[in-house]
Design a protein around this ligand. Structure first.
Ligand code: CA
Length: 231
């Protein structure tokens, strides 16, 4: 982590300076850009470990920057959006952003998102899939036996519930869109506006004893999808 460089793309000088100081305090190296053009030049020149991308830039749409970063590699991108822009979050995630934060966000929240994105980059580099048996917060999954227990008690899942659970755990900590989850579980586009996904998700959460308001495992990302929050 000490070696990780984060490129902060933000046109608001005050916010950019605050981010720079906070990220440095956290141990990251920081480069900065206030326009999309400068950001793209730095992505090519410096190959940062992660890009923190404000979607409202003076010279171009943040989506254009995201598309260009994705076109040249797999650098994690966390987008920064305005509170009301659910549609923008979904578009950014479906276009390959790793996660998002909504202004105004806390530094603790941002650091957590950055750690998750960098951790996923590392596991992708090493081709690490889920181990045959894994345990998260009292939830134990034995992939060979397809057996799930919660706090030692067996949980009986249907095949789709089981696949949904493993997709969520594989991507734990990340916001996943309905579209992403749908294609990961079923492998083809939803014809029903994600109704089936919602029904199976509700059933899975019920079996995990998850309360939507205070989730232990799967949280709803309003207007976006879901996030596995168990550690
Ligand atoms: Ca801005």
């Amino acid at each position: 982590m000490a070696d990780d460089e984060i490129l902060v793309v933000e046109d608001d000088d005050t916010i950019r300076r605050l981010l720079k100081i906070s990220l440095r305090t956290e141990g990251y190296r920081v480069s900065e850009a206030s326009t999309g053009a400068a950001a793209l030049a730095l992505v090519e020149a410096n190959a940062p470990s992660l890009v923190l991308l404000d979607m409202g830039l003076p010279d171009c749409d943040g989506m254009d920057v995201l598309a260009r970063v994705r076109a040249v590699g797999s650098t994690p991108v966390i987008v920064v959006t305005a509170r009301t822009q659910d549609e923008q979050k979904v578009r950014a995630l479906d276009a390959g952003a790793d996660d998002y934060v909504v202004k105004p966000f806390s530094m603790a929240e941002l650091f957590a998102r950055i750690r998750v994105a960098l951790r996923h980059r590392e596991s992708e580099r090493h081709g690490a899939a889920l181990p045959a048996v894994f345990e998260v917060d009292g939830l134990r999954v034995d992939q060979d036996a397809r057996a799930v227990t919660l706090d030692g008690e067996p949980v009986h899942l249907t095949p789709y519930e089981y696949r949904l659970l493993t997709v969520m755990v594989e991507n734990r900590g990340k916001a996943l869109t309905h579209r992403f989850i749908q294609s990961a579980v079923w492998g083809y586009p939803a014809a029903d506006g994600y109704k089936t996904l919602r029904v199976i998700m509700a059933s899975l959460r019920r079996k995990l004893g998850d309360k939507p308001a205070t989730p232990r495992f799967i949280a709803t990302e309003v207007g976006v999808g879901y996030r596995f929050v168990g550690e």
